[in-house]
Design a protein around this ligand. Structure first.
Ligand code: PEP
Length: 251
């Protein structure tokens, strides 16, 4: 059975002190209140990876929000897959729409980032999704499937088994607009069948596909009840321990 994973994406938020407080609150609340076998990942600013890794216990682990596509070198300000791996961090978000939009990350760059992540034993949480304009004017399902084809389908089936997909419609990120449970389910099923067409039904069935886009404690249970929705990637609501833990409990 595929894993259910709820990940928080803190983006560029929290001071060091706040980050420690939020992590320890979440770790304690999850230990006390969550009985399901959901996995919880906190994707934190890179500056805090090392410190927060020491607080992550039980079912909670820490993830990075990005890595560079090269292993090392003259790339001022960047962090590499070997650096993240050297802290025993298991996950890294790749291809978030904010990285694609503000930092020019293309499918080709993302394919390189996926490769270097896997070479270093990191599990990518690979984000994909369409803008509102694309949803209104294009075959948006084919477009999101192509994001997978272009950045991931060069992988072997074994490598693909390390990938977590996060479907994040861009129009729902940080906007308060959420895809309906049916809209999420339709896209997740289309992505799973696309994965099956390349890697076969077993790999597709084992792939965790998260939904992301204004997930809240109020809408999580309905979104997570769809058969192909295997958890969430949560932005804004991951910055408050009570809200985030309630989302985890909704699974
Ligand atoms: C995200 O940034 O991945 C995200 C889903 O943000 P939010 O939950 O705030 O929409």
């Amino acid at each position: 059975m595929r894993k259910k994973i709820v990940a928080g994406n803190w983006k560029m938020n929290k001071t060091a002190e706040e980050a420690v407080a939020l992590t320890s609150e979440i770790v304690h609340m999850i230990a006390d209140e969550v009985t399901s076998d959901v996995e919880v990942v906190l994707c934190v600013p890179s500056l805090y990876l090392s410190t927060l890794q020491q607080y992550a216990t039980g079912r909670v682990s820490i993830g990075a929000q990005n890595i560079h596509q090269k292993a090392s070198g003259a790339y001022t300000g960047e962090i590499s897959a070997p650096m993240v791996k050297s802290l025993n961090i298991p996950y890294v978000i790749l291809g978030h729409s904010e990285r694609r939009q503000y930092f020019g990350e293309t499918d080709e760059i993302l394919a390189e980032k996926v490769n270097i992540a896997l070479e270093n034993g990191l599990k990518p949480i690979f984000c994909c999704g369409e803008s509102l304009e694309q949803r209104q004017n294009e075959d948006y399902i084919a477009l999101v499937q192509a994001q997978l084809t272009n950045a991931l389908f060069h992988l072997s089936a074994e490598q693909f088994g390390q990938i977590v997909i996060a479907y994040e419609p861009i129009w729902a990120i940080g906007t308060g607009l959420t895809a309906s449970a049916q809209q999420a389910q339709d896209m997740h099923a289309a992505l799973r069948s696309h994965i099956a067409s390349k890697y076969g039904a077993e790999v597709a069935d084992n792939t965790t596909i998260q939904y992301g886009g204004s997930v809240s404690a109020a809408n999580a249970a309905e979104l997570f009840s769809s058969p192909d929705v295997d958890g969430g990637l949560v932005g804004g609501a991951s910055l408050k321990s009570r809200d985030f833990v309630n989302i985890v409990k909704a699974i």
